[in-house]
Design a protein around this ligand. Structure first.
Ligand SMILES: Cc1cc2nc3c(=O)[nH]c(=O)nc-3n(C[C@H](O)[C@H](O)[C@H](O)COP(=O)(O)OP(=O)(O)OC[C@H]3O[C@@H](n4cnc5c(N)ncnc54)[C@H](O)[C@@H]3O)c2cc1C
Length: 280
C-alpha cells in the first residue's frame, strides 16, 4: 500500500511525485510513457532555457529527477480505478493500492467524431461501464475501442448485460488473452435510433442492433478514471478546487486534465500543489 499513486509521468505527474516524496510520503508513479511533451519539438516559452529545449529532453530529465529521488516508477496502463476503504488501481498487468491518488494523465483524447455519439449521450452512449451497466441489464450492448481499456470495460459489462460486441471502428484489436466477445473491426458510419440508440451502421451498409455503446477508445483518461468513482466532470474536465482536490476525498488531479491553459508551466504549478495537498 502506497501513501500516494501518481498516474502519469508528464510535467504534472512528475512534479506532484517530487513534492510528495520530499514530504516523506511513499510514492509510486504508474505511467504509459506517452507524454504530450514527446510530441513537442522545440519549447521556447518555459522558464530557465535561454536557448529553448525539446519536449523529449524535458520529459527524460523529469523522469531522471524523480528516479534520483528514489521514486518508484512502473511503466503500465491504468484501466480501472475503484474505491473501497482505499484506492485500488488496476493496470493491464497488476493491481495496486494507495491511500490517495493523483491523476495527471494529460488532455482527454477519448472523444469520438462518429455521427450519433454526441446526440445520444445519456440515451445509450455511456463513458463508464461500472456506472451505467445496470441500466442495460439483459440487453445487447457494444464497447467502442480496440485497446486494453476497451477490454476492461467489456469485463465490467459481461456479468450484467446479455451480450457485448467490441466495435473497433477500423482498428486492429489489441492482443489480449481475456477477450471473450464478438469483435467487429469494420469502420462505423453512425449510431442511429429514435430518441435513444437502437443500432450501429457500418460503412459497408450493414447494421447491428444495440441498446447502448460504451466509449472506451485509446487509453483511459483522467476523466474516465475519475468518473468511475463519482468525481465531478464539467465541460470535459475534472473539477478541482485550488488545492487540486477533486470532489472525491483523497483523489487529486493536475495538469492538462483539469483544463484551462494547456502548458507546461501550469502543469508544473498544479503538480506541485497536488503533491503538497496530498500530505494534508
Ligand atoms: C505538439 C505540442 C506542442 C506543445 N508545445 C508546448 C510549448 O511549447 N510550451 C508549453 O508550455 N507546452 C506545450 N505543449 C503542452 C504541454 O506538452 C502540456 O501542457 C504538458 O505536457 C501537460 O502535462 P501533463 O503532465 O498534464 O500531461 P502529459 O504531459 O500529457 O502527460 C500525461 C501522462 O499520463 C500518462 N497516461 C495517460 N493515460 C494513462 C493511463 N491510462 N495509464 C497510465 N498512464 C497514462 C501518459 O503516458 C503521460 O505520461 C505542447 C503540446 C503539444 C501536443
Amino acid at each position: 500500500m502506497y501513501d500516494v499513486i501518481v498516474v502519469g509521468s508528464g510535467p504534472a505527474g512528475i512534479t506532484a511525485s517530487i513534492y510528495a516524496k520530499r514530504r516523506n510520503l511513499s510514492v509510486l508513479i504508474i505511467s504509459k510513457n506517452e507524454s504530450a511533451l514527446q510530441k513537442t519539438d522545440k519549447i521556447e516559452n518555459y522558464y530557465g532555457f535561454p536557448n529553448g529545449t525539446t519536449g523529449k529532453e524535458l520529459y527524460e530529465n523529469g523522469i531522471k529527477q524523480a528516479q534520483n529521488l528514489g521514486i518508484e516508477l512502473i511503466e503500465d496502463e491504468i484501466v480501472s480505478l475503484k474505491f473501497l476503504n482505499t484506492f485500488e488501481l488496476e493496470t493491464v498487468n497488476s493491481k495496486y493500492e494507495a491511500k490517495s491518488v493523483i491523476l495527471a494523465t494529460g488532455a482527454n483524447r477519448n472523444s469520438s467524431k462518429i455521427n450519433g455519439i454526441k446526440e445520444f449521450e445519456g440515451k445509450g452512449v455511456s463513458y463508464c461501464a461500472v456506472c451505467d451497466a445496470y441500466f442495460f441489464k439483459g440487453k445487447d450492448v457494444a464497447v467502442l475501442g480496440s485497446g486494453n481499456y476497451a477490454i476492461s470495460e467489456l469485463q465490467q459489462l459481461k456479468p450484467i448485460v446479455k451480450s457485448v460486441t467490441i466495435l473497433t471502428n477500423g482498428n486492429k484489436i489489441v492482443e489480449n488473452r481475456s477477450i471473450q466477445a464478438d469483435i467487429i473491426e469494420k469502420p462505423i458510419r453512425s449510431f442511429r435510433g429514435e430518441n435513444k440508440i437502437q443500432e450501429v451502421e457500418f460503412e459497408d451498409n450493414t447494421k447491428k442492433e444495440i441498446s447502448a455503446v460504451f466509449i472506451a477508445q485509446g487509453t483511459a483518461s483522467s476523466n474516465d478514471l475519475a468518473r468511475k468513482i463519482g468525481a465531478r466532470i464539467e465541460n470535459d474536465h475534472i473539477v478541482v478546487n485550488q488545492n487540486m482536490e477533486t470532489t472525491v476525498k483523497g483523489l487529486f488531479a493536475c495538469g492538462d486534465c483539469t483544463g484551462g491553459l494547456l502548458q507546461i508551466s501550469k502543469a508544473v504549478y498544479e503538480g506541485a500543489t497536488a503533491g503538497l495537498s496530498v500530505l494534508k
